[in-house]
Write a protein that binds this ligand. Sequence first.
Ligand code: FPP
Ligand code: MG
Ligand code: MG
Length: 398
Amino acid sequence: DPKSKNLVNPKELVGSELSFITDNLARLLESGHPMLNTVSRYYFSASGKHIRPLLVMLIAQATSIATKRQGRTSMLVDSNVDQIDYSLMDRTASQSIQSDLESLHVNQLMENATRGGHGGRPYTPHIKEGLTILPTHRRLAEITEMIHTSSLLHDDVIDHAETRRGLPAIQKKFGNKMAIFAGDFLLARASMALARLRDPEVIEIMASVLCDLVDGEFKQLKNLEDEDAPMAQPDENAFNYYLEKTYLKTGSLIAKSCRSSAILNNATDDIVEAAYIYGRNLGIAFQLVDDLLDFTVTSAVFGKPVGADLELGLATAPVLYAWQEFSELGPLVARKFEREGDVTRAWELVHASKGIGRTKALAQQYVARASEALMILPPSAARDALEQVAYSVLTRKK
Ligand code: FPP
Ligand code: MG
Ligand code: MG
Protein backbone atom coordinates (compact mmCIF):
# COMPACT_ATOMS: atom_id res chain seq x y z
CA ASP A 1 0.00 0.00 0.00
CA PRO A 2 1.09 3.58 -0.52
CA LYS A 3 2.75 4.91 2.58
CA SER A 4 0.39 6.83 4.82
CA LYS A 5 2.57 9.93 4.58
CA ASN A 6 1.55 10.17 0.93
CA LEU A 7 -2.16 10.44 1.63
CA VAL A 8 -3.72 13.02 -0.66
CA ASN A 9 -7.18 13.20 -2.14
CA PRO A 10 -6.65 12.75 -5.91
CA LYS A 11 -10.00 14.30 -6.81
CA GLU A 12 -9.42 17.29 -4.57
CA LEU A 13 -6.11 17.87 -6.29
CA VAL A 14 -7.67 18.37 -9.70
CA GLY A 15 -10.28 20.61 -8.08
CA SER A 16 -13.43 21.19 -10.04
CA GLU A 17 -11.88 19.97 -13.31
CA LEU A 18 -13.76 16.68 -13.25
CA SER A 19 -17.13 18.22 -12.55
CA PHE A 20 -16.80 20.37 -15.69
CA ILE A 21 -16.34 17.32 -17.86
CA THR A 22 -19.98 16.23 -17.86
CA ASP A 23 -21.17 19.70 -18.92
CA ASN A 24 -18.50 20.04 -21.57
CA LEU A 25 -19.32 16.64 -22.98
CA ALA A 26 -23.01 17.50 -23.21
CA ARG A 27 -21.99 20.58 -25.19
CA LEU A 28 -19.66 18.63 -27.48
CA LEU A 29 -22.48 16.17 -28.19
CA GLU A 30 -24.94 18.72 -29.56
CA SER A 31 -26.09 17.41 -32.93
CA GLY A 32 -29.26 19.10 -34.11
CA HIS A 33 -31.05 15.73 -33.81
CA PRO A 34 -32.86 15.56 -30.46
CA MET A 35 -32.92 11.76 -30.47
CA LEU A 36 -29.17 11.51 -31.21
CA ASN A 37 -28.50 14.02 -28.43
CA THR A 38 -30.49 11.96 -25.96
CA VAL A 39 -28.94 8.63 -26.90
CA SER A 40 -25.33 9.83 -27.09
CA ARG A 41 -25.63 11.56 -23.69
CA TYR A 42 -27.39 8.63 -22.03
CA TYR A 43 -24.41 6.95 -20.33
CA PHE A 44 -23.05 10.32 -19.22
CA SER A 45 -26.26 10.94 -17.24
CA ALA A 46 -25.21 8.30 -14.69
CA SER A 47 -21.96 9.28 -13.09
CA GLY A 48 -19.08 7.21 -14.36
CA LYS A 49 -15.87 6.85 -12.37
CA HIS A 50 -14.02 9.28 -14.68
CA ILE A 51 -10.81 7.43 -13.99
CA ARG A 52 -9.32 8.24 -17.42
CA PRO A 53 -9.94 12.01 -17.18
CA LEU A 54 -8.63 11.96 -13.60
CA LEU A 55 -5.40 10.33 -14.79
CA VAL A 56 -5.00 12.81 -17.64
CA MET A 57 -5.30 15.70 -15.17
CA LEU A 58 -2.96 14.20 -12.59
CA ILE A 59 -0.30 13.29 -15.20
CA ALA A 60 -0.64 16.84 -16.50
CA GLN A 61 0.14 18.18 -13.05
CA ALA A 62 2.83 15.66 -12.22
CA THR A 63 4.73 16.23 -15.47
CA SER A 64 4.33 19.99 -15.70
CA ILE A 65 7.29 20.61 -13.44
CA ALA A 66 9.47 17.96 -15.11
CA THR A 67 12.16 18.84 -17.65
CA LYS A 68 10.86 20.04 -20.99
CA ARG A 69 11.83 18.71 -24.38
CA GLN A 70 13.22 21.25 -26.78
CA GLY A 71 12.33 19.71 -30.13
CA ARG A 72 9.84 16.91 -30.48
CA THR A 73 10.77 13.46 -31.70
CA SER A 74 7.78 11.40 -32.72
CA MET A 75 8.03 8.12 -30.87
CA LEU A 76 5.46 5.35 -30.85
CA VAL A 77 5.97 2.37 -28.60
CA ASP A 78 3.83 -0.47 -29.63
CA SER A 79 1.61 0.67 -32.41
CA ASN A 80 1.51 -0.45 -36.00
CA VAL A 81 -0.01 2.76 -37.31
CA ASP A 82 3.22 3.63 -39.11
CA GLN A 83 2.40 0.84 -41.54
CA ILE A 84 -0.73 2.62 -42.71
CA ASP A 85 -0.50 4.12 -46.18
CA TYR A 86 -1.07 7.80 -45.53
CA SER A 87 -1.00 8.61 -49.24
CA LEU A 88 -4.63 7.49 -49.24
CA MET A 89 -5.43 10.78 -47.52
CA ASP A 90 -4.51 13.18 -50.28
CA ARG A 91 -4.19 16.85 -49.62
CA THR A 92 -7.17 18.06 -51.59
CA ALA A 93 -9.46 15.66 -49.79
CA SER A 94 -8.36 16.77 -46.37
CA GLN A 95 -8.58 20.43 -47.43
CA SER A 96 -12.15 20.02 -48.57
CA ILE A 97 -12.99 18.16 -45.37
CA GLN A 98 -11.57 21.10 -43.47
CA SER A 99 -13.73 23.61 -45.34
CA ASP A 100 -16.79 21.42 -44.74
CA LEU A 101 -16.03 21.55 -41.08
CA GLU A 102 -15.75 25.32 -41.08
CA SER A 103 -19.44 25.55 -41.91
CA LEU A 104 -20.52 23.39 -39.02
CA HIS A 105 -21.60 25.09 -35.84
CA VAL A 106 -19.75 22.45 -33.84
CA ASN A 107 -16.60 24.01 -35.20
CA GLN A 108 -17.39 27.18 -33.32
CA LEU A 109 -18.21 25.22 -30.21
CA MET A 110 -14.90 23.41 -30.29
CA GLU A 111 -13.09 26.65 -30.94
CA ASN A 112 -14.71 28.23 -27.89
CA ALA A 113 -13.95 25.18 -25.86
CA THR A 114 -10.29 25.21 -26.88
CA ARG A 115 -9.82 28.91 -26.42
CA GLY A 116 -12.02 29.80 -23.49
CA GLY A 117 -11.98 26.84 -21.18
CA HIS A 118 -15.37 25.93 -19.79
CA GLY A 119 -18.38 27.34 -21.53
CA GLY A 120 -16.53 30.41 -22.75
CA ARG A 121 -15.43 31.52 -19.31
CA PRO A 122 -11.93 32.98 -19.45
CA TYR A 123 -9.26 30.37 -18.95
CA THR A 124 -7.59 30.43 -15.56
CA PRO A 125 -4.84 27.90 -15.05
CA HIS A 126 -5.62 25.62 -12.15
CA ILE A 127 -2.65 26.18 -9.94
CA LYS A 128 -1.72 24.06 -6.98
CA GLU A 129 1.88 23.97 -5.82
CA GLY A 130 2.77 25.63 -9.12
CA LEU A 131 1.29 22.79 -11.18
CA THR A 132 -0.95 23.66 -14.08
CA ILE A 133 -3.58 21.97 -16.18
CA LEU A 134 -3.69 23.35 -19.71
CA PRO A 135 -6.88 23.71 -21.80
CA THR A 136 -5.43 21.03 -24.08
CA HIS A 137 -5.34 18.64 -21.13
CA ARG A 138 -9.02 19.33 -20.47
CA ARG A 139 -9.80 18.55 -24.09
CA LEU A 140 -7.73 15.35 -23.90
CA ALA A 141 -9.66 14.32 -20.79
CA GLU A 142 -12.94 14.78 -22.70
CA ILE A 143 -11.59 12.89 -25.72
CA THR A 144 -10.52 9.91 -23.66
CA GLU A 145 -13.93 9.74 -21.94
CA MET A 146 -15.71 9.99 -25.32
CA ILE A 147 -13.61 7.18 -26.82
CA HIS A 148 -14.20 5.05 -23.74
CA THR A 149 -17.96 5.61 -23.77
CA SER A 150 -18.13 5.05 -27.52
CA SER A 151 -16.53 1.64 -27.06
CA LEU A 152 -19.02 0.83 -24.27
CA LEU A 153 -21.99 1.70 -26.49
CA HIS A 154 -20.76 -0.77 -29.09
CA ASP A 155 -19.68 -3.29 -26.48
CA ASP A 156 -23.14 -3.44 -24.91
CA VAL A 157 -24.67 -4.30 -28.28
CA ILE A 158 -22.01 -6.98 -28.88
CA ASP A 159 -22.37 -8.42 -25.36
CA HIS A 160 -26.19 -8.13 -25.16
CA ALA A 161 -25.71 -6.26 -21.89
CA GLU A 162 -28.69 -5.85 -19.55
CA THR A 163 -27.48 -2.94 -17.46
CA ARG A 164 -24.64 -0.40 -17.26
CA ARG A 165 -23.94 2.20 -14.59
CA GLY A 166 -27.13 1.07 -12.88
CA LEU A 167 -29.21 1.99 -15.96
CA PRO A 168 -30.81 -0.30 -18.53
CA ALA A 169 -28.12 -0.90 -21.18
CA ILE A 170 -28.25 1.52 -24.10
CA GLN A 171 -29.69 -0.94 -26.64
CA LYS A 172 -32.31 -2.19 -24.16
CA LYS A 173 -33.59 1.35 -23.92
CA PHE A 174 -33.11 2.68 -27.46
CA GLY A 175 -32.45 -0.36 -29.64
CA ASN A 176 -29.31 -1.55 -31.46
CA LYS A 177 -29.48 0.97 -34.29
CA MET A 178 -29.49 3.98 -31.97
CA ALA A 179 -26.75 2.48 -29.78
CA ILE A 180 -24.45 2.01 -32.78
CA PHE A 181 -25.17 5.49 -34.15
CA ALA A 182 -24.50 7.04 -30.75
CA GLY A 183 -21.20 5.15 -30.49
CA ASP A 184 -20.19 6.32 -33.99
CA PHE A 185 -21.21 9.86 -33.17
CA LEU A 186 -19.14 9.94 -29.99
CA LEU A 187 -16.16 8.63 -31.90
CA ALA A 188 -16.69 11.23 -34.64
CA ARG A 189 -16.83 14.10 -32.16
CA ALA A 190 -13.83 12.68 -30.30
CA SER A 191 -11.90 12.64 -33.61
CA MET A 192 -12.74 16.26 -34.27
CA ALA A 193 -11.70 17.29 -30.78
CA LEU A 194 -8.48 15.31 -31.24
CA ALA A 195 -7.67 17.01 -34.53
CA ARG A 196 -8.31 20.35 -32.81
CA LEU A 197 -5.43 19.68 -30.44
CA ARG A 198 -3.19 20.32 -33.47
CA ASP A 199 -0.61 17.92 -32.12
CA PRO A 200 0.33 15.28 -34.72
CA GLU A 201 2.04 12.98 -32.22
CA VAL A 202 -0.93 12.97 -29.85
CA ILE A 203 -3.35 12.51 -32.76
CA GLU A 204 -1.41 9.49 -34.00
CA ILE A 205 -1.12 7.90 -30.57
CA MET A 206 -4.79 8.38 -29.70
CA ALA A 207 -5.86 7.15 -33.16
CA SER A 208 -3.81 4.00 -32.61
CA VAL A 209 -5.91 3.33 -29.48
CA LEU A 210 -8.93 2.77 -31.74
CA CYS A 211 -7.00 0.06 -33.61
CA ASP A 212 -6.02 -1.47 -30.26
CA LEU A 213 -9.64 -1.60 -29.05
CA VAL A 214 -10.75 -3.51 -32.13
CA ASP A 215 -7.64 -5.70 -31.97
CA GLY A 216 -8.43 -6.57 -28.35
CA GLU A 217 -12.04 -7.43 -29.13
CA PHE A 218 -10.90 -9.69 -31.98
CA LYS A 219 -8.36 -11.43 -29.76
CA GLN A 220 -11.18 -12.11 -27.31
CA LEU A 221 -13.37 -13.41 -30.14
CA LYS A 222 -10.65 -15.57 -31.68
CA ASN A 223 -9.98 -17.17 -28.36
CA LEU A 224 -13.59 -18.35 -28.49
CA GLU A 225 -13.93 -19.37 -32.11
CA ASP A 226 -10.69 -21.10 -33.06
CA GLU A 227 -10.24 -24.82 -32.86
CA ASP A 228 -6.53 -24.42 -32.13
CA ALA A 229 -7.49 -21.82 -29.53
CA PRO A 230 -4.65 -19.94 -27.80
CA MET A 231 -6.31 -21.04 -24.57
CA ALA A 232 -6.24 -24.79 -25.11
CA GLN A 233 -4.49 -25.15 -21.76
CA PRO A 234 -4.07 -22.87 -18.76
CA ASP A 235 -0.35 -22.45 -19.48
CA GLU A 236 1.95 -19.48 -19.93
CA ASN A 237 0.79 -19.00 -23.51
CA ALA A 238 -2.80 -18.74 -22.40
CA PHE A 239 -1.90 -16.14 -19.77
CA ASN A 240 0.20 -14.14 -22.21
CA TYR A 241 -2.61 -14.15 -24.73
CA TYR A 242 -5.11 -13.09 -22.07
CA LEU A 243 -2.83 -10.30 -20.81
CA GLU A 244 -2.14 -9.01 -24.32
CA LYS A 245 -5.89 -8.92 -24.97
CA THR A 246 -6.35 -7.16 -21.64
CA TYR A 247 -3.80 -4.50 -22.55
CA LEU A 248 -5.44 -3.92 -25.93
CA LYS A 249 -9.02 -3.65 -24.73
CA THR A 250 -8.44 -1.69 -21.53
CA GLY A 251 -4.77 -0.80 -20.99
CA SER A 252 -4.12 0.93 -24.29
CA LEU A 253 -6.60 3.80 -23.87
CA ILE A 254 -5.42 4.49 -20.33
CA ALA A 255 -1.72 4.14 -21.17
CA LYS A 256 -1.86 6.29 -24.29
CA SER A 257 -4.00 8.96 -22.62
CA CYS A 258 -1.36 9.22 -19.90
CA ARG A 259 1.38 9.32 -22.53
CA SER A 260 -0.46 12.04 -24.48
CA SER A 261 -0.97 14.09 -21.35
CA ALA A 262 2.79 14.14 -20.74
CA ILE A 263 3.45 14.94 -24.41
CA LEU A 264 1.11 17.95 -24.23
CA ASN A 265 3.43 19.24 -21.52
CA ASN A 266 6.44 18.78 -23.80
CA ALA A 267 7.90 16.44 -21.22
CA THR A 268 11.17 14.69 -22.05
CA ASP A 269 11.10 11.22 -23.61
CA ASP A 270 11.86 9.39 -20.37
CA ILE A 271 9.02 11.17 -18.57
CA VAL A 272 6.65 10.49 -21.48
CA GLU A 273 7.69 6.84 -21.35
CA ALA A 274 7.14 6.69 -17.57
CA ALA A 275 3.62 8.11 -17.97
CA TYR A 276 2.91 5.39 -20.53
CA ILE A 277 4.32 2.54 -18.42
CA TYR A 278 2.33 3.80 -15.44
CA GLY A 279 -0.91 3.84 -17.46
CA ARG A 280 -0.21 0.50 -19.10
CA ASN A 281 0.31 -1.33 -15.81
CA LEU A 282 -2.55 0.45 -14.09
CA GLY A 283 -4.83 -0.34 -17.04
CA ILE A 284 -4.02 -4.05 -16.95
CA ALA A 285 -4.53 -4.12 -13.16
CA PHE A 286 -7.84 -2.31 -13.60
CA GLN A 287 -9.14 -4.98 -15.99
CA LEU A 288 -7.80 -7.85 -13.86
CA VAL A 289 -9.83 -6.47 -10.97
CA ASP A 290 -12.84 -6.05 -13.29
CA ASP A 291 -12.53 -9.72 -14.19
CA LEU A 292 -12.39 -10.81 -10.56
CA LEU A 293 -15.27 -8.53 -9.49
CA ASP A 294 -17.34 -10.42 -12.03
CA PHE A 295 -17.09 -13.32 -9.55
CA THR A 296 -17.28 -11.50 -6.24
CA VAL A 297 -19.70 -8.57 -6.07
CA THR A 298 -23.44 -8.27 -6.41
CA SER A 299 -24.84 -6.67 -9.55
CA ALA A 300 -26.54 -3.95 -7.46
CA VAL A 301 -23.13 -2.69 -6.35
CA PHE A 302 -21.31 -3.33 -9.65
CA GLY A 303 -23.98 -1.56 -11.72
CA LYS A 304 -23.78 -4.27 -14.37
CA PRO A 305 -24.59 -7.99 -14.26
CA VAL A 306 -22.09 -10.31 -12.55
CA GLY A 307 -21.05 -13.72 -13.86
CA ALA A 308 -21.39 -12.02 -17.24
CA ASP A 309 -18.02 -13.22 -18.57
CA LEU A 310 -18.91 -16.89 -18.09
CA GLU A 311 -22.25 -16.28 -19.80
CA LEU A 312 -20.30 -14.78 -22.73
CA GLY A 313 -18.07 -17.87 -22.83
CA LEU A 314 -14.99 -15.97 -21.63
CA ALA A 315 -12.25 -17.59 -19.57
CA THR A 316 -10.65 -14.72 -17.63
CA ALA A 317 -7.78 -14.91 -15.12
CA PRO A 318 -9.83 -16.39 -12.21
CA VAL A 319 -10.93 -19.22 -14.52
CA LEU A 320 -7.42 -19.81 -15.93
CA TYR A 321 -6.02 -20.13 -12.39
CA ALA A 322 -8.91 -22.35 -11.26
CA TRP A 323 -8.33 -24.53 -14.33
CA GLN A 324 -4.75 -25.15 -13.18
CA GLU A 325 -6.22 -26.71 -10.03
CA PHE A 326 -9.30 -28.37 -11.52
CA SER A 327 -8.73 -29.93 -14.94
CA GLU A 328 -12.48 -30.52 -14.99
CA LEU A 329 -12.75 -26.91 -16.22
CA GLY A 330 -11.01 -27.76 -19.53
CA PRO A 331 -14.05 -29.14 -21.39
CA LEU A 332 -16.26 -26.37 -19.99
CA VAL A 333 -13.89 -23.67 -21.27
CA ALA A 334 -13.64 -25.44 -24.64
CA ARG A 335 -17.40 -25.41 -25.10
CA LYS A 336 -17.67 -21.86 -23.73
CA PHE A 337 -19.79 -22.88 -20.74
CA GLU A 338 -22.61 -23.47 -23.18
CA ARG A 339 -24.16 -26.63 -21.76
CA GLU A 340 -26.86 -26.47 -19.10
CA GLY A 341 -25.19 -26.12 -15.69
CA ASP A 342 -21.73 -25.18 -17.08
CA VAL A 343 -21.82 -21.60 -15.86
CA THR A 344 -22.86 -22.67 -12.34
CA ARG A 345 -20.22 -25.42 -12.19
CA ALA A 346 -17.46 -23.10 -13.42
CA TRP A 347 -18.56 -20.49 -10.88
CA GLU A 348 -18.33 -23.09 -8.08
CA LEU A 349 -14.90 -24.30 -9.19
CA VAL A 350 -13.54 -20.75 -9.37
CA HIS A 351 -14.78 -20.13 -5.83
CA ALA A 352 -13.38 -23.47 -4.62
CA SER A 353 -9.98 -22.60 -6.13
CA LYS A 354 -7.35 -19.97 -5.34
CA GLY A 355 -8.26 -18.26 -8.64
CA ILE A 356 -9.70 -15.08 -7.20
CA GLY A 357 -6.86 -14.55 -4.73
CA ARG A 358 -4.23 -15.24 -7.37
CA THR A 359 -5.88 -12.80 -9.77
CA LYS A 360 -5.77 -10.17 -7.05
CA ALA A 361 -2.08 -10.94 -6.43
CA LEU A 362 -1.38 -10.56 -10.15
CA ALA A 363 -3.21 -7.22 -10.18
CA GLN A 364 -1.08 -6.19 -7.19
CA GLN A 365 2.08 -6.85 -9.18
CA TYR A 366 0.87 -4.61 -12.01
CA VAL A 367 -0.04 -1.86 -9.54
CA ALA A 368 3.44 -2.10 -8.01
CA ARG A 369 4.98 -1.71 -11.48
CA ALA A 370 2.74 1.29 -12.19
CA SER A 371 3.81 2.87 -8.94
CA GLU A 372 7.51 2.17 -9.64
CA ALA A 373 7.29 3.90 -13.02
CA LEU A 374 6.29 7.12 -11.25
CA MET A 375 9.54 7.31 -9.33
CA ILE A 376 11.43 9.15 -12.08
CA LEU A 377 8.94 12.01 -11.84
CA PRO A 378 9.85 14.87 -9.52
CA PRO A 379 8.10 14.44 -6.15
CA SER A 380 4.75 16.25 -6.01
CA ALA A 381 1.28 15.92 -4.54
CA ALA A 382 0.10 14.88 -8.02
CA ARG A 383 2.66 12.07 -8.15
CA ASP A 384 1.45 10.84 -4.74
CA ALA A 385 -2.12 11.02 -6.00
CA LEU A 386 -1.21 8.93 -9.06
CA GLU A 387 0.29 6.32 -6.77
CA GLN A 388 -2.85 6.33 -4.69
CA VAL A 389 -5.14 5.97 -7.70
CA ALA A 390 -3.09 2.94 -8.76
CA TYR A 391 -3.52 1.28 -5.35
CA SER A 392 -7.21 2.19 -5.18
CA VAL A 393 -7.80 -0.05 -8.21
CA LEU A 394 -7.16 -3.03 -5.94
CA THR A 395 -9.88 -2.14 -3.45
CA ARG A 396 -12.52 -0.89 -5.83
CA LYS A 397 -15.94 -2.52 -5.64
CA LYS A 398 -17.34 -1.17 -8.90
C1 FPP B 1 -15.73 -3.47 -22.24
O1 FPP B 1 -15.25 -4.74 -21.90
C2 FPP B 1 -15.31 -3.11 -23.63
C3 FPP B 1 -14.12 -2.60 -23.99
C4 FPP B 1 -13.09 -2.30 -22.97
C5 FPP B 1 -13.75 -2.27 -25.41
C6 FPP B 1 -14.81 -2.54 -26.45
C7 FPP B 1 -14.30 -2.24 -27.83
C8 FPP B 1 -15.02 -2.35 -28.94
C9 FPP B 1 -16.46 -2.77 -28.92
C10 FPP B 1 -14.36 -2.04 -30.26
C11 FPP B 1 -14.98 -0.83 -30.93
C12 FPP B 1 -14.34 0.42 -30.44
C13 FPP B 1 -14.80 1.70 -30.63
C14 FPP B 1 -13.98 2.86 -30.20
C15 FPP B 1 -16.13 2.02 -31.26
P1 FPP B 1 -16.17 -5.84 -21.22
O2 FPP B 1 -17.27 -6.23 -22.15
O3 FPP B 1 -15.27 -6.92 -20.76
O4 FPP B 1 -16.67 -5.06 -19.94
P2 FPP B 1 -18.11 -4.71 -19.40
O5 FPP B 1 -18.36 -5.69 -18.31
O6 FPP B 1 -17.99 -3.30 -18.84
O7 FPP B 1 -19.10 -4.80 -20.50
MG1 MG C 1 -17.11 -7.01 -24.14
MG1 MG D 1 -19.32 -5.97 -22.09
